[in-house]
Design a protein around this ligand. Structure first.
Ligand code: PLP
Length: 345
């Protein structure tokens, strides 16, 4: 597959912007840096951050068995997703395919980038309709967004279905793995060498407990990363974020323990929900939240809100009539939720 042929013409022609720190980066501490109009007084933050985030990328590359030229970092995965539109979708002309019910940002970013969306609703079992997706593609469908585990349905897509799509879709296939650390499925990062059109996005916002720093990760072929490098803002990942990400990524054991806790709590909450009379279905979850069908989602949402509990009402999403989404909280918070549900039934 020729990746470059999928890239917008103006982006193909772009030269990457070269910042001061790009032009001279072999920084040894005793050199005099008077090239970037910074305040010279050391605050620990008076210098521009590394535009290539080498330390963070080296840790990720080591963890995933990749080269750093297969990694791009963004101000959250949301920035990474926005860069994908800007790289591949000619405004007013190209299209993307999404599989509702799914993450709302794909539509938001499509609208901002004047790109139309072809929605191919998931099947009743929340799995992709592979033949309908492949039938919908043409030369203008540049990106297919697969969210697995999917938000808000909480399930992972079948590996066979994903593989068929990656092999037969003629554009870019994005697998959004925001919830992969909670999943029993293997990450598609290990299949990047096989599929040059595959992009896997991950984030430190969920399992790593670092939503506040905004760090999103894009894993892809070096050809795709080189395109995104040309259009990313030079200092899109700030120094505080890089510092905290390095620390957070090195605390993998702590994250594993927290994930194990959350998964245990998920089983307890699911079990308790099934005893509530107005709960009609608790869908299987491969993530840190539960999609739950109740008798009247909007009524139950209001009742919980009155008790100081904020959940997400997904009732307007396709296939999600009368569904609420509950994020798994701490044991303390989950008990409050269960007590509240029992008291309103
Ligand atoms: C939460 C979430 C993200 C995270 O986005 P960030 O910008 O990295 O915080 C990405 N994709 C999905 C499907 C999500 O639910």
């Amino acid at each position: 597959m020729n990746i470059n042929a999928l890239v917008r013409k103006n982006v193909q022609a772009l030269q990457p912007y070269s910042s001061a720190r790009d032009e001279y980066k072999d920084a040894s501490a005793d050199m005099v840096f008077i090239d970037a109009n910074e305040n010279p007084n050391n605050t620990g933050l008076n210098r521009y951050p590394d535009p290539q985030q080498h330390l963070v990328k080296e840790i990720l590359a080591d963890k995933k068995g990749l080269n750093i030229n297969q990694i791009l970092l963004g101000n959250g995965s949301d920035e990474v997703l926005d860069l994908l539109f800007r790289a591949f979708c000619e405004p007013g002309q190209d299209k993307v395919i999404t599989l509702p019910p799914t993450y709302g940002m794909y539509n938001v970013l499509a609208n901002i980038n004047n790109t139309s969306v072809i929605p191919i609703t998931l099947q009743a079992d929340f799995q992709p309709n592979v033949s309908a997706i492949l039938a919908a593609q043409d030369t203008t469908t540049k990106i297919l967004f697969l969210c697995s585990p999917n938000n808000p349905t909480a399930n992972s897509f079948n590996a066979n279905a994903i593989e068929k799509l990656v092999k037969n879709f003629k554009g870019i296939v994005v697998i959004d793995e925001a919830y992969i650390d909670f999943s029993s499925q293997e990450s598609w990062v290990s299949r990047l060498e096989e599929f040059r059109n595959l992009i896997v996005t991950q984030t430190l916002s969920k399992a790593y407990g670092l939503a506040g720093i905004r760090l999103g990760i894009c894993y892809a072929s070096p050809e795709i990363i080189a395109v995104l490098q040309k259009i990313k803002p030079p200092y899109n990942v700030n120094q505080l974020t890089q510092n905290t990400a390095v620390k957070g990524l090195l605390e993998e054991e702590k994250v594993k323990l927290q994930v194990a806790d959350i998964l245990r709590e998920r089983s307890l909450v699911a079990e308790a929900l099934r005893t509530i009379a107005f709960v009609e279905e608790v869908y299987p979850s491969d993530a840190n939240f539960l999609l739950v069908k109740v008798d009247n989602a909007t009524g139950r949402y209001e009742q919980l809100l009155n008790k100081g509990i904020v959940v997400r009402n997904r009732t307007k999403e396709p296939l999600c009539g009368n569904c609420l989404r509950f994020t798994i909280g701490t044991a303390y918070e989950n008990n409050i939720l269960i007590k509240a549900l029992k008291s309103v039934s």
